[in-house]
Design a protein around this ligand. Sequence first.
Ligand code: ATP
Length: 314
Amino acid sequence: MANDCLRRGAAHHAAHPPARPAGSALTMNTRIHNEGHGLQVEDLSRHFSGVKAVDNVSFSLAPGETVALVGPNGAGKSTLIQLLSGVEKPTAGRIMLDGRRIHGLVPERIAQLGLSRSFQTSRVFPSLSVWDSVRLGTQAALLRSRHGGLVNPFTEVAGELLGLPGWRRRRAEAEARAEAALQRFGDRLWPRREQPAFSLSYANRRRLEIARVLAAHPRFVLLDEPAAGMNPSETAELTDLLLALRAEQPKLGILVVEHKLSLVRRIADRVVVLNQGRVLATGTPAEALDHPEVVEAYLGRARTRPTQSDAHLG
Ligand SMILES: Nc1ncnc2c1ncn2[C@@H]1O[C@H](COP(=O)(O)OP(=O)(O)OP(=O)(O)O)[C@@H](O)[C@H]1O
């Protein structure tokens, strides 16, 4: 049966770990952007007792770039997303956003600085309406100044209570963004905006989670398995949506964790392959995913030529 993800390789990998020594990643495409711009992950580690969930990982995400993070179950992808969004604190290493240290900051602060994430399990409050759920996402943007700094929360409270014109304008802009984020999904979400989130289908809850993230007006987004649980046509629709988003927001940096390689191959500029907490390979999708060592490590059999389909790795 065709399989569109890398998960299957994990079992093989456990039995046959790759021969490449730890720390020597295959690097086929090292597009290094200007130091100080974008997201920089430097020698990042997160260990849980004896488990090296993330082990000395370095990579970067430039404005306007889409990077996919792939790897079998347990490779450390979710832990990395938790570190980048401030939920977990690193054991060692640095995370820099536009030259500013963000490791150690609380998640809300990181979101205010323009780095927003989606969750594998939707964080939308089930009893909130679709509209209120996506409006929640605008809060991070309201607390960010035009220059990327942070607005004092007292300013927000005063602006809200006193109905200051500048604040009312910003609130209206945020609501327009929330509407645009819902309408991005055509008639999937907008006509359902008054419904409680719990009444949505699974795929629509995933879409609402992405809409909530986009409503935050982020400069960088971290999407944690956005296509999980979606069927092939829903996955293709989401892929088209992400491509459209890239075209409309050419400065948006996107880091996407995804097992579905059809999506990865279509949207990613670069792929970072994680394995047992370490970077096994980086490169363009074709370079990284079709490299014999990566294929062998994950699937246990050599391939002669790359294809474009999910079934390629099934
Ligand atoms: N809080 C924790 N305490 C102990 N071990 C943990 C913790 N979180 C993650 N791990 C371990 O770290 C390793 C990496 O897990 P992680 O969830 O980051 O992998 P993943 O690549 O996201 O996997 P999946 O694709 O299944 O989501 C695993 O061995 C996991 O058991």
